[in-house]
Ligand binder design. Structure first.
Ligand code: NAP
Length: 340
C-alpha cells in the first residue's frame, strides 16, 4: 500500500493534474479529494478526463481528510494558509502549490501582497519547493511551498549563473509568456476565448507578485540582493511558459556550460543547443534551457520552457512530495511530454 495523500483543490486545473499524477504513481494513493464550490460532486463531473470518476469531492476542511501522510494544497491565494497550518499541526506533511508560504519573512509577504500574513510565525519554516536547487531542504522538511510557475522557469535559468558570479545581479530582465491555464479555471471575461484568441498581451506590469518571489529565490545564490524587471504576457495557448531572461555578462566561461554543470545530476532540467519550445515540455516535468552569449551587447540570454501545470505546478509538487516521503525523486513523473 502506498502513502495516503489528500488533494485539496482537486476540482481546479493544478489539483486535477495532481490527482492524475498521484493515480499513476507507484507509491502514492489518493485518500481524500477536497473542493470548494464542487464539494459533494463527483470527480467525473469536474474532471471527466480522469479515471475513478465516481470518487466524491469533500469540503476544504483540514479535518475531513482523516489519516493521511501528506496533503497537496492547490487552492487560491489566501485559502491555503489556514488549511496548511491546521494539517501541519496534526503531523500531516504539506505541499502547498499556492503562494501563501513562499516568502521567508512577514515583511516580504506584506510587501508583495499588501496584507499582513495570517500566520507570520510560519514564514521561514516552509522549504521553497524547487528540488533542483533546494532539494536537501525539501527532503528534510514537513512543509513545502512549491514555487510559482514563472519563478520556476526564471529561477532555474538564472540561479546557477548568479551563483557562479557570471552575471550582474542588477538589471536582469525576464520577459515571459504563459498559456491561459496559468490563470486557473475560474470563468473570467478577460480570459474568454474571444478575449484571448489571436492576440498577445502583457499584464501585471511592474506589480506581478512573481517578481519579488523570483528575486528572493535567486538572492540565496547571488549572495546579494538581485534586481529583476519582469513582464508576463498571456498568449493563446493552453499550457506552457517560455521565459526569456536577459542579464549582463560578467565574463568567465560559457553560460551553457555553467548551466549544464549545475544540472548534471538533475533529471528534469536539460540544457539544449537550440531555442526550446513550450510544446516540447507539455505533459512532462521537464524544464528545457538554452543559453546564448551576445558579445556585441555583453548580455547573456537564457530561454527556459516548462509546462506550467506540470513542472510549474503539479509535477513539481509531486517531485517535492517524493523527497519529503523518502521516495525516488522522479517516481510517478515523466520526462517525456506529448505532442502535438
Ligand atoms: N495554474 C497554474 O499554472 C499554476 C501554477 C503554479 C501554481 N498555481 C497555484 O495553484 C493554486 C491553484 O491554481 P489553479 O490554477 O488550479 O486554480 P483553479 O483552477 O481556479 O482551482 C482552484 C481550486 O481552489 C478551490 N477554491 C476556489 N475558491 C476557494 C476558496 N475560497 N476556498 C477554498 N478553495 C477554493 C476550487 O474549488 P471549486 O472549483 O470546487 O470551487 C478549485 O479546486 C493557486 O494558488 C495557483 O496560484 C497554479
Amino acid at each position: 500500500m502506498g502513502h495516503r495523500v489528500a488533494v485539496y483543490g482537486a476540482s481546479g486545473y493544478a489539483g486535477g493534474e495532481v490527482v492524475r499524477l498521484v493515480d499513476a504513481h507507484p507509491d502514492l494513493e489518493t485518500a481524500y479529494l477536497g473542493a470548494h464550490s464542487a464539494a459533494g460532486a463527483s470527480l467525473r463531473s469536474v474532471h471527466p478526463q480522469l479515471g475513478g470518476g465516481e470518487r466524491v469531492l469533500g469540503p476544504i476542511d483540514p479535518e475531513a481528510c482523516g489519516d493521511v501522510d501528506l496533503a497537496f494544497l492547490a487552492l487560491p491565494h489566501g485559502a491555503s494558509a489556514p488549511v496548511g497550518v491546521a494539517l501541519a499541526e496534526r503531523g500531516v506533511k504539506v505541499v502547498d502549490l499556492g503562494s501563501d508560504f513562499r516568502f521567508a519573512t512577514p515583511g516580504a509577504y506584506t510587501a508583495a501582497y499588501g496584507t499582513d500574513h495570517p500566520h507570520p510565525e510560519e514564514l521561514g519554516r516552509w522549504a521553497y519547493g524547487l528540488p533542483e536547487l533546494f532539494g536537501d531542504r525539501i527532503a528534510g522538511s514537513d512543509r513545502t511551498a512549491a514555487p510559482g510557475c514563472y519563478p520556476t522557469a526564471a529561477v532555474l535559468a538564472l540561479a546557477p549563473l548568479l551563483a557562479a558570479g557570471a552575471v550582474d545581479p542588477e538589471g536582469i530582465v525576464v520577459d515571459a509568456v504563459s498559456g491561459v491555464t496559468g490563470a486557473g479555471r475560474g470563468a473570467r471575461a478577460d480570459l474568454s476565448f474571444g478575449a484571448v484568441a489571436d492576440g498577445v498581451r502583457a499584464y501585471g506590469l511592474l506589480t506581478h507578485r512573481h517578481r519579488p518571489e523570483m528575486e528572493e529565490a535567486v538572492t540565496a545564490f547571488a549572495g546579494t540582493s538581485v534586481e529583476i524587471v519582469f513582464t508576463p504576457h498571456l498568449v493563446p495557448m493552453q499550457r506552457g511558459i517560455l521565459a526569456t531572461c536577459h542579464a549582463r555578462w560578467r565574463g568567465g566561461g560559457d553560460p551553457a556550460a555553467t548551466l549544464r554543470d549545475a544540472y548534471r545530476e538533475a533529471r528534469f532540467v536539460e540544457v539544449i543547443d537550440e531555442p526550446p519550445q513550450t510544446r516540447w515540455t507539455v505533459g512532462s516535468n521537464r524544464c528545457l534551457l538554452a543559453a546564448y552569449l551576445d558579445d556585441r551587447t555583453g548580455r547573456v540570454i537564457v530561454l527556459s520552457a516548462i509546462d506550467n501545470l506540470i513542472k510549474g505546478a503539479a509535477g513539481q509538487a509531486v517531485q517535492c512530495a517524493n523527497l519529503m516521503l523518502g521516495l525516488d525523486e522522479g517516481a510517478g513523473l515523466s520526462v517525456a511530454g506529448w505532442m502535438p
